[in-house]
Design a protein around this ligand. Structure first.
Ligand code: NAD
Length: 529
């Protein structure tokens, strides 16, 4: 499709953070760019930022000096909207205010009636913005990520009236900029901002319920999940007030859908002025040097032998890992019906809660007095697992998802009636141990399952294809895998198990499994979009 966009001259409307970045990207890619701002004093600052940023890129060897010089020569600025009349494409990056954008689009359509008009809005509706133009078929979204010169992803947003030709041309144009486009439907948050909501909101729930503190959630997200940053580090970076405003707008746009409910903690932080890095304090205190993260315990492992109970691929992986560690392992694909002589059993039924219960009941009956029962607490709390046994004191929980090779720590949990110290047994898996409060899914499995669930809802609603959702989440927010790739890697039934555990534990609508994910579990394949 490269080269069929027919765009020669680009206008950028609004010369702030995003507008300047977008103008830079277009000019460096060889397009003459007219950068417009309603406030003329902004323009020299924007040009200076572009000069500095491109200079840095030259110094780092990412841009040749001639390319920089050519790019800067392609860039002109104006505070006269009429100067945009010769543009084939105008990208609007003015403040996130519907009335302002609607007014601007009316004027842009009159100034450049043949141009494609694209908005960089993050949260407003393209259709609503287009409503003040006589030709809404020429209006679309072109959602760049911050910083625009660095981030590869661009969401090309198709409004309900946007013509397919305009979408194709914007896709080709984005490719000509050296970016990776995905096509998203005009719905709140498009792909990335929507599918990533649970990353923050489940983190907030965990802290709000006292299950973990911010540093613990962030650490689990990074070291168990492989996310580059944890939710609280990211909220502090973006601005807690910005995040709160986004949460509220999602909740409103989805008419109060429980998955998007903002958290009271966000409000409290905003009211107390703890807005993140920009105010020196947010979830963390930036006025102090950051504390050293505490060393995680890695106790000397108990010599075993160990049982591994469950008929899941996860159970097979656990058994193999324990054997590799030099431990003797007894594998139980069915609940035992006779005495079992092991030091501890890893119960690994992460898919089916009924089978889990059957295993735990039988194990409890046949284990020796001192043996410890380690329940997989992805799909049930340790307390619930303990309640299925006659000796709840010996039950503790570990919370992880396969493959274990992806994890740099093991989350574990316990409950009020526990008596045994499970850590020497958990240590047999060879991972540092991070204790968290007792609820199904711990930190990482809970966040991942909620992200996959949101992705499944979004695809079912036609927001984007599964392939584009995966690409968008990798490139837009640096997740190590897209949600669908990740679900395959972990096992869709294990992912759905986490949601079932949460739904059962909290009784909340918020954790209902997306029908698309249910079908993938039942039939072993995802439905066609
Ligand atoms: P910003 O405040 O940095 O810049 C907005 C610019 O628009 C300012 O230079 C302002 O002078 C100018 N402006 C104000 N009124 C105008 C008008 N009537 N006509 C033309 N220009 C006008 O904002 P930003 O962060 O660059 O955001 C711009 C848009 O991009 C918003 O819609 C925002 O939601 C979206 N966005 C922002 C980010 C981000 O991380 N900042 C990321 C993606 C998308």
């Amino acid at each position: 499709m490269n080269g069929t966009h027919g765009i020669r001259r680009v206008g950028v409307c609004g010369a702030g953070t995003m507008g300047a970045g977008i103008a830079q990207v277009c000019a460096v890619a060889g397009f003459p760019v007219v950068l417009y701002d309603a406030f003329p004093e902004v323009l020299p600052k924007a040009v200076a930022r572009i000069e500095q940023d491109t200079e840095r890129q030259v110094q780092r060897g990412r841009l040749r000096a001639e390319e920089r010089a050519r790019g800067l020569a392609y860039l002109s600025t104006t505070s006269d909207l009429g100067s945009l009349s010769g543009c084939d494409l105008i990208v609007e990056a003015a403040p996130e205010d519907l009335a302002l954008k609607q007014d601007l689009f009316g004027k842009l359509a009159a100034t450049a009636p043949e141009a494609i008009l694209a908005t960089n809005t993050s949260s407003l509706s393209v259709a609503e913005i287009a409503s003040t133009t006589p030709r809404p078929e020429r209006v679309a979204g072109l959602h760049f990520f911050n910083p625009a010169p660095v981030m590869a992803l661009v969401e090309v947003v198709r409004g309900p009236q946007t013509s397919p030709e305009v979408v194709d041309r914007l896709v080709a144009f984005t490719q000509a900029l050296g970016k990776t486009p995905i096509v998203a439907q005009d719905s709140p948050g498009f792909v990335v901002n929507r599918v990533n909501r649970p990353f923050y909101s489940e983190g907030l729930r965990l802290v709000g319920e006292g299950l973990a503190d911010c540093a613990t959630v962030d650490r689990a997200a990074r070291e168990a999940g492989g996310f580059r940053m944890g939710p609280f580090e990211l909220m502090d970076l973006v601005g807690v007030d910005v995040g709160y405003a986004v949460s509220r707008s999602f909740h409103q746009a989805f008419f109060g859908e429980a998955r998007f409910r903002p958290h009271p903690l966000q409000r409290q932080m905003v009211l107390s002025g703890r807005l993140g890095r920009k105010t020196g304090r947010g979830f963390y205190d930036y006025q102090q040097p950051p504390p050293e993260p505490p060393a995680l315990p890695t106790p000397h492992p108990h010599p075993g032998p160990y049982g591994v109970a469950g008929a899941t691929p996860f159970a097979a992986e656990l058994a193999a890992r324990l054997r590799q560690g030099g431990f003797e392992v007894v594998e139980l694909a069915e609940p035992p019906d006779g005495p079992l002589s092991v030091a501890a059993v890893f119960e690994a039924e992460v898919e089916d809660r009924n089978r889990k219960r059957a295993f735990l009941v039988a194990l409890d009956r046949h284990l020796g007095e001192d043996a410890v029962l380690l329940a997989a607490c992805t799909n049930a709390s340790a307390a619930e697992c303990a309640s299925w046994t006659r000796r709840p004191g010996r039950v503790a929980g570990y919370v992880t998802l396969p493959p274990l090779a992806d994890r740099r720590l093991l989350e574990w949990t316990s409950h009020e009636a526990a008596q045994a110290d499970p850590t020497p047994y958990l240590a047999a898996l060879g991972l540092p141990l991070l204790r968290i409060g007792d609820a199904p899914g711990g930190v990482f499995p809970r966040i991942l399952a909620a992200v996959v669930n949101e992705a499944a809802f979004a695809v079912a609603e036609g927001v984007a294809s599964p392939q584009d959702v995966d690409l968008a989440m990798r490139l837009g927010v640096n997740h190590p895998y897209g949600p669908f790739e990740w679900a395959e890697r972990v096992g869709v039934r294990a992912v759905a198990g986490v949601l079932e555990g949460l739904r059962d534990y909290y009784g909340e609508e918020r954790y209902r499994t997306a029908p698309r994910l249910k079908r993938a579990c039942w039939l072993g394949r995802w439905p066609e979009p």
